[in-house]
Design a binder for this molecule. Sequence first.
Ligand code: RM4
Ligand code: MN
Ligand code: MN
Length: 432
Amino acid sequence: MGYADPRDAGYIASANQPHAAALATDYAHLGAQLERRGIRIDDVTRAVASFKVAIPSWGVGTGGTRFGRFPGPGEPRNVFEKLEDCAVIHRLTGATPTVSLHIPWDRTDDWQALRERGAALGLGFDAMNSNTFQDQADQKLSYRYGSLTHTDGTVRAQAVAHNIDCIEAGKALGSKALTVWIGDGANFPGQSNLARAFERYLDATRQIYAALPADWRMFIEHKMYEPAFYATVIQDWGSSLMAAQALGPKAFCLVDLGHHAPNVNIEMIVARLVHAQRLGGFHFNDSKYGDDDLDAGSIEPFRLFLVFNELVEAELAKAPGFSPAHMLDQSHNVTDPIESLMTSAIELQRAYAQALIVDRAALRDHQSANDVLMAAQTLKRGFTTDVTPILAQARVSRGAAIDPVAAYRASGYRAECGRKRPGKQSLGGGIV
Ligand code: RM4
Ligand code: MN
Ligand code: MN
């Protein structure tokens, strides 16, 4: 099979050509439908085209579970190769111009060269993620019993220093945020003093906070459990919000959709954090049971829509301080990661478009009149509208692909990577 670079504008144009007429027909049809509802389709398309989400560098490698990992061919072997794959995702979707790095998984001794390679590929750098949830080969002290909340101050100091290193690397790359997620907690009742552990967390994160440049934000990410199976120090949005408020105005809460108990009303958490002016951003993914890294929109698209509904509400209300970062955080265990990341970015845009076309004036009237049924129907009508032509048209306006997965497959990129990236197929990390 031949190979064509899927990032090449000429290649994308030729891949689009056979789909162009059908898209024009479908787009016109949807445009007429929406016009009857008083919505201008081009306004929605423009908004969707400006939606951006960061790719997690760790997402382009095959993930796994604690039972095993089944690597696919041609996985990236280092951060530079990860950038190459991220560029494919961005060129074909037009939606992912930044990459979120994980340190030390993505450590390199030349941050400047990485920044330049990113720029050449049309990519910038989103939030830096610090990793203190596993031990690294060259590390003096172990995180077995915790990092930022460890009972031993020298371990806490090492974890603080690592976070400050991440800020330094991020400065060199042009990043503007640090995401702090810790696995710290207890596996047994009695193992840890729950109150003291949170105090130690605040003490350590204050030191990290003090090292943030003026124009940086710190994102505090909560997670209900795993690897601490009894009590995680920052287990919920309450702990996260308390910490953000204790630290200061540059500290925000990050909502990873997969980090809650099943059936938790995440959209309400989002609304509360918007109100508190502390919604820092998202790690988008989906989950069914206790997993936290399935593809965004693959299990509960309605919930994703409801989250975006809150975001559109906040956007339209011009909620003060509202500027959430969008990042994917997923583990692709049985799919080609590039395909999963492309379709996930598109599912986010789908949820955004669906939320944008909700008739807000009608919804408000029904809410005020307590017409419960019509309020629910009005909201749901956004969700049940097939906005696919809007998404495709938004991509076309960005020079991206009408059908990204088909264009990617036809390019032979994965097979080419298999040839170009021989050797050991194991990446640092890989979410388990
Ligand atoms: C955690 C959390 C973090 C991610 C790691 C790999 O569950 O979601 O954001 O960096 O996994
Ligand atoms: Mn996450
Ligand atoms: Mn997670």
